[in-house]
Design a protein around this ligand. Structure first.
Ligand code: SF4
Length: 179
């Protein structure tokens, strides 16, 4: 039974702009087509028929960051790659959200080395961290649902702005060449 069956006659619907915008945003979160390492395979699997990310309105993996609202950082972030990750994030239009998928993106994982960033939150803000090596597609869908919950409770006037130094460093780490 659709809403049109409930609205016969002269009925009206009343809601707030806040709820309407959040409802539409939360059901059309478009991820950026972007993967870094093995976790990206699980991200790709999430869009297959057996997991079906389109149930959440997020099947449209966009080829450009300018058309995306969700950055799924899926894989190890090397210090050499970090400036590109930050550039992709900066090119996304606001409002935007980030999932750190897997141990590597969340905290460097097993790679405690000079070449690997120990968590992507050192260069961009992260909304949801997914544990696991790699997290299964169901875990990514659970993370997506957390993002949706977050969007639905946001106030349009109170979305946190970029505050340098508070949530993450603004400087991309220097890449040192080892000779
Ligand atoms: S968390 Fe595990 S599966 Fe994911 S990128 Fe790191 S090593 Fe690969």
């Amino acid at each position: 039974m659709g809403i049109e069956n409930q609205l016969t006659g002269d009925n009206i619907l009343v809601t707030s702009l806040n709820k309407l915008v959040n409802w539409s945003r939360s059901n059309s979160v478009w991820p950026c087509t972007f993967g870094l390492a093995c976790c990206a395979l699980e991200m790709i699997a999430t869009s297959l028929a057996s997991f079906d990310i389109s149930r959440f309105g997020s099947e449209v993996f966009r080829p450009s960051p300018r058309q995306s609202d969700l950055l799924i950082v899926a894989g190890t972030v090397s210090k050499k790659m970090a400036p590109m990750v930050k550039r992709v994030y900066d090119q996304m239009a606001d409002p935007k959200w980030v999932i750190a998928m897997g141990a590597c993106a969340s905290c460097g994982g097993t790679f405690q080395s000079y070449a690997v960033l120990q968590g992507v939150d050192q260069i961009i803000p992260v909304d949801v961290y997914l544990p696991g090596c790699p997290p299964r597609p169901e875990a990514l869908l659970a993370g997506l649902m957390k993002i949706q919950e977050k969007i639905r409770t946001e106030n349009l006037n109170q979305r946190p702005d970029f505050k340098p130094g508070e949530r993450y460093e603004t400087q991309v780490p220097k890449v040192e060449l080892i000779r």
